[in-house]
Ligand binder design. Sequence first.
Ligand SMILES: Cc1ncc(COP(=O)(O)O)c(C=O)c1O
Length: 422
Amino acid sequence: MRNTMIAQEPSLARAQVSLGDPEISYPLWPPITTGCPKTSNDDVQYPLEIDYDYGALDLAIFEQAPLPGLDRWAPLLPPLLDGLSIGEGGTPLVASPRLADLSDFDGELYVKDESQNPTWSHKDRLNLCTVSAASRSGATGIVVASSGNHGASAAAYAARAGLPCIVLVSATSPRNIISFVRGYGAAAIAVPSAARWPLMRQLQERLGFQPVSNVTTSHTGHPFGPEGYKTVAYEVYAQLGRRVPAAVFVPTGYAEILYGVWKGFDEMRRLGVTGHVPRIVACEPASRGALALAIETSRPVASVPPNPTDAYAIGSTINGYRGVVAVQRSNGAALRVSDDDMRRAQADMGRTGIWNELSSAAGLAGFRNALADGETFDGPVVCVSTSSGFKDIATGTHTAPEVSGEWDEVVAALRDTYGIRV
Ligand SMILES: Cc1ncc(COP(=O)(O)O)c(C=O)c1O
């Protein structure tokens, strides 16, 4: 049976609530994509989240198998567009004892492999919710600023919803990503990063397109998006045999996934399904680390210079406030991981069967740094791997040594190129 045929229960979503002041709420419709109007100021804009009628929830929802298609979690998601799902979610939680050995860890280590979503990244969980919201609120199209996963995923869901999609990329965006976006029929336009947000606003005002990525100076994003990431927490809980992990390490850019994972676990705790939340640990490139700086300096939002990193998907120069909430409320942490840490983690994951892009390896890299700092974990540890290796900037640049097939040449090529001695 096709996933989209699964009977949907109605959403229990009832309002948009300010993260700047949870006492302040707004009607559920239309989605407010410019942050909380009452608590935001010129320096800091606060995101909104969705509140639900939790009292009306049948807790049997947490006994479901974590199969693909987020429709099964519909009561705890914003209203979804019927038939939009393309099998997002239900990704494997891969037991990784060899990675644990390679990390000198004698506990249970798992990788939540988000590359197994329809567009090969976690962003599909978000875009199911945002594109549903855009369509249900009468948007004429979708606009998204992204050089990677978010743009491609939004393009796919827009195509599925029958909405035109404009993806604002940068001139340095990887070519494979442009092909990916255009493959879904979206229009990719390269604009300087400073022009992206003003242009998004214009497309919103002039054409009625709805932004599914951020349009404010400090990150607020689409209020419905991170709700989709809560399902990572519901799935992990089920996949661990109804256990809560000790910690979840998450590659972090604007912390929308970080927040969603925390909120999912926190909902289960508040509903009495579980007793506690795991430590939620943000893993950012060491050359940037805006969230780490915000936490260290007790600020809602901090900016960092655009220092170089190859982890382009998580190279944010300003943190999302959601990250501060998730880290502080879970007694978590915001860690900086170097590009070399990520490269080593990426290579080890590849050698144990999971090929992910450099940014996606930040979770494992952060976990290893925490171990090296003497952290201990009283229970299973989950590293989220957010996307596939096909998205990397290095992908498509490797070559294979050419040999005639003569044995001596093969032996030399294996030795010289790969260090393999036969
Ligand atoms: C591969 C990858 N990992 C992690 C992230 C970070 O997600 P967030 O911005 O929700 O922190 C992104 C965001 O684009 C991404 O593409």
